[in-house]
Design a protein around this ligand. Structure first.
Ligand code: ATP
Ligand code: MG
Length: 224
């Protein structure tokens, strides 16, 4: 069943001689429960695409449909709620809040939405992420892999329709990268989490259900 439809998406930054076409007429669909990897050279438009899918930015042209609804038909306020409830974002450098501990970082998206974490679900998530005995630690007391696990927890706590990851293993050694990928695969296989993940690591991309390759803002290849 189709969850996501990206339709003729274009993004042009700047104007005049400084104009950059970051994305040009990109279309594809993602099924509920699919794990899709996006690969491509630096500057090819991968992060731009992910931010548009997540409603972080608006396109120059085209549309993104989630469950049949064009997210860019939303007002800015509606789009903010969409981002908070329907999208989980994971970045290369974790983007944790330094003064909040592990539990507080993970539950932040709920707090911002005036909701509270179900204590049992939170405990189960901490356990699944191997963070139970680190739950009161601050980010600077954690390894890179542990920090990325916190950011996965923060992305999953709202049970989003879409998990979007931009180079989630880009800052980690190969053993830790494998751990992070295993957690994402578990979310996908056991919890039917739909994932779109950018990676430059072809070994990691190979483990997704499908790989979409981007060059100069266009899809040049799709492989199962
Ligand atoms: N806010 C912005 N203003 C102007 N140009 C931008 C902006 N963001 C991205 N670009 C340009 O758009 C193009 C695509 O950038 P994008 O960040 O999507 O690439 P990427 O594939 O994610 O690269 P990387 O692998 O290095 O992260 C690049 O040429 C970049 O310089
Ligand atoms: Mg990028």
């Amino acid at each position: 069943m189709e969850l996501l439809r990206v339709s003729k998406l274009s993004k042009v930054y700047g104007s005049g001689s400084a104009q950059v076409t970051a994305l040009a007429d990109v279309s594809f669909t993602v099924d509920q429960g699919e794990f899709v990897a996006i690969v491509g050279a630096s500057g090819s438009g991968k992060s731009t695409l992910l931010h548009l899918i997540g409603g972080v930015d608006r396109p120059t042209e085209g549309a993104v449909f989630l469950d049949g609804q064009n997210i860019f038909s939303f007002s800015d306020d509606q789009l903010a709620i969409f981002r908070r409830r329907e999208v989980g974002l994971i970045y290369q450098f974790y983007n944790l809040i330094p003064i909040l501990n592990v539990t507080e970082n993970i539950t932040l998206p709920l707090e911002l939405d005036n909701r509270q974490a179900d204590p049992e679900k939170l405990a189960a998530l901490l356990k699944r992420l191997g963070l139970t005995n680190r739950r009161e630690h601050l980010p600077n007391e954690l390894s890179g892999g542990q920090q990325q696990r916190v950011s996965i927890g923060r992305a999953l706590i709202t049970e989003p329709a879409l998990l979007l990851a931009d180079e989630p293993t880009g800052n980690l050694d190969s053993a830790t990268s494998a751990e992070i990928l295993a957690l994402l695969k578990q979310a996908n296989r056991e919890y039917k989490q739909t994932i779109v993940m950018i990676t430059h690591d072809l070994e990691i991309a190979r483990q997704a259900d499908r790989v979409i390759e981007i060059e100069d803002g266009r899809i040049i290849r799709e492989a199962k």
